[in-house]
Design a protein around this ligand. Structure first.
Ligand SMILES: *Cc1c(COP(=O)(O)O)cnc(C)c1O
Length: 220
């Protein structure tokens, strides 16, 4: 038996500080690959598609902490609220309202991050720091009991690696501001190609997919 996935995971884990969490991004990866990391004790997995999270949740052990990191389809949120651990990709007050409402029905408090746009590439989503601050100061949001915003998330440039430093530095600054003002404690930044840089800029959770699991397969 080979242990390629486990070995890749261990070598990344060995290289990063203990206070940085690894989120294993398992979107478009087989259930059996997730099970391999589960068996060696890993519990945090990230997915982009609600349908895929639900399918995997049903088949896998219930102590896995599932993270939603992809674009949110509001009409499907109800399927993950009963079990989701953290939503990294919240972008507006409408989504916040829906999450709060569904969470109330399930007697849950859902932890979320605001996704901030830190690079100019067209396909990257996220909101500006101004929009984020507006949400955090929103009175209806402040009164909500079943959703908590505990940090921010961002994706850096793909095309130009030299821009990544500025982008992560910007996000760190915003994070520190929110940490002081609102007690945020999660800064989700860094992926396979740039997680080392993200850690230098104070990331508290890196989202790593292909570097652990290899290329993504189309499975849903
Ligand atoms: C897919 C994805 C990742 C993981 O990307 P890799 O390059 O495979 O590490 C991280 N974050 C988000 C938001 C993603 O969509």
């Amino acid at each position: 038996m080979n242990h390629i996935i486990e070995n890749r995971f261990f070598s990344i884990k060995k290289m990063i500080p203990k206070n940085v969490k690894i989120l294993a991004v398992s979107k478009n990866q087989e259930i059996s690959s997730i099970e391999k990391l589960y068996r060696i004790g890993h519990r945090d997995f990230g997915e982009n598609y609600i349908q895929e999270i639900v399918k995997k949740y049903k088949k896998l052990p219930k102590d896995i902490r599932w993270h939603m990191i992809g674009r949110i389809q509001s009409n499907k949120l109800k399927y993950i609220i009963p079990f989701i651990h953290l939503i990294h990709s919240v972008q507006n007050i409408k989504q916040i309202n829906i999450i709060n409402k569904i969470a109330f029905k399930h007697k849950k408090i859902i932890n979320c991050l605001l996704q901030i746009k830190i690079c100019n590439e067209k396909n990257k989503s996220g909101i500006t720091s101004k929009e984020a601050s507006k949400i955090l100061e929103d009175k209806t949001f402040k009164d909500m009991k079943n959703i908590k915003i505990i940090g921010i998330m961002g994706m850096a440039s793909f095309q130009e690696l030299k821009k990544v430093h500025n982008e992560f530095s910007y996000l760190r600054k915003l994070y520190h501001e929110y940490q002081n003002q609102y007690g945020h404690n999660i800064l989700s930044m860094g992926m396979s190609r740039d997680y080392n840089i993200a850690i230098k800029y104070g990331s508290t959770i890196v989202r790593i997919g292909t570097l652990i699991f290899g290329n993504r397969k189309k499975i849903i």
